[in-house]
Design a binder for this molecule. Structure first.
Ligand code: CP3
Length: 339
């Protein structure tokens, strides 16, 4: 068993810096596309045997030091009772938006083992196959709320911010319900065998710090504190979150995920004795090999003072990234960090 990733999360000494990449199981791999060619995205998410196969691909093909469960943050929203559709080229769509109390009242707090049992089954099956640790995940409540309120992806988040500022109580009620659901969901993942858990807050960065503190952070804290009993590393990733870094630390997470917009050295000064995860620009994978290796070397140096460093991209790997470039990065991290 290769436990390098878990050790780095706990700030323990490792023989080299472990690496995985957010969204590592996905469309940039032809092997993923082959499977995806026969099923819709949602069918894929609900078929444990196929989820296992695509979760294993980046481990087998690229040599990542951790696997991430194949699923989507929005699967839980569907289990809460919000019909979910994925349209090619347009991303996720929720035709029934949540914009008033009566729509919110129709959402339920699901029993995760029953309503998304396929996720727990995927975790159990993966644990039998894997020789690296398995990361489970969920969306952070604020990010999930934006999808439910907007009805899908958004650029300006008009409806979300309108609700926050005009009907704050309604917004908090929605956050409360998502939080309760997420606690049940992540606890079920831990019981099924997830060895670390990550909260993805992809849209946290659209908030002013003062609003993040009131409308998002308390819910992240509540989820994190409900998971401490499992004694597994908890990772919080706020995308575009450099200006929220001190709050990310207050989340209680053991590992602070960093996007590429901040120098990791500066970030480390804020995180105290927690580990950091990140943070190369996903597009830097397009650099010529020698420059990519140099950039990775610099990042490793800059992170040398960290109390644990998990190498990652600053956000998900882009779908048009050549897999060979991802492989160069994995090999470079292993080689340049080996001690
Ligand atoms: O990281 C992994 O490899 C595990 C699987 C995973 C997926 N989505 C699979 C996926 C994870 C961890 C996610 C998280 C996720 N989903 C986030 C947070 C991370 C981030 O990127 O900010 C968000 C915001 C979503 C919601 C979502 N799912 C969107 C907006 C889209 C469409 C746009 C896009 O990026 O593709 C998806 C679809 C999705 N989720 C795909 C995959 C592999 C592509 C689906 C396909 O095959 O067509």
């Amino acid at each position: 068993m290769n436990n390098t990733f878990l050790k780095a999360c706990r700030g323990e000494k490792t023989d080299y810096t472990p690496i995985w990449m957010m969204r590592q199981a996905g469309r940039y791999l032809p092997e993923y596309q082959k499977i995806r060619g026969n099923v819709t995205f949602l069918e894929l998410c609900k078929t444990p045997e196929l989820c296992v196969e695509v979760s294993l691909q980046p481990i087998d093909i690229l040599g990542m030091d951790a696997a991430i469960l194949f699923s989507d943050i929005l699967i839980l929203m569907e289990a809460m009772g919000a019909p979910l559709e994925f349209h090619d080229g347009r991303g996720p769509v929720f035709p029934e938006t949540i914009r008033d109390q009566s729509a919110l009242d129709k959402l339920i707090v699901p029993n995760a083992d029953e309503s998304v049992g396929f996720v727990m089954e995927t975790i159990r099956l993966l644990r039998q196959e894997l020789k690296v640790p398995l990361i489970g995940f969920a969306g952070a409540p604020f990010t999930c709320a934006t999808y439910l309120i907007e009805g899908g992806s958004s650029k300006v988040f008009w409806e979300t911010k309108k609700m926050m500022f005009r009907e704050p109580q309604l917004f908090h009620n929605l956050m409360e319900k998502i939080t309760e659901s997420t606690i049940g969901y992540m606890q079920a993942q831990a019981r099924a065998g997830a060895q670390a858990l990550q909260l993805f807050d992809s849209w946290a960065g659209i908030l002013a710090p003062c609003d993040f503190k009131i409308f998002a952070l308390p819910y992240v804290q509540k989820i994190i504190s409900s998971l401490k009993q499992f004694d597994i590393p908890l990772i919080y990733f706020a995308n575009n979150g450099s200006t929220l870094l001190d709050y990310s630390v207050e989340s209680g997470a053991d590992v602070i995920g960093l996007d590429w917009r901040i120098n990791i050295k500066d970030a480390i000064k804020h995180v105290g004795n927690k580990a950091v995860q990140g943070n190369i620009d996903p597009f830097a994978l397009l650099l010529p090999e020698d420059e990519l290796r140099k950039r990775i070397g610099r990042l490793l140096d800059d992170a040398s003072s960290a109390h644990g460093h998990v190498f990652n991209l600053g956000h998900g790997i882009h779908q048009f990234t050549p897999p060979d470039q991802a492989k160069i990065a994995v090999d470079a991290v292993h080689e340049l960090s080996s001690r």
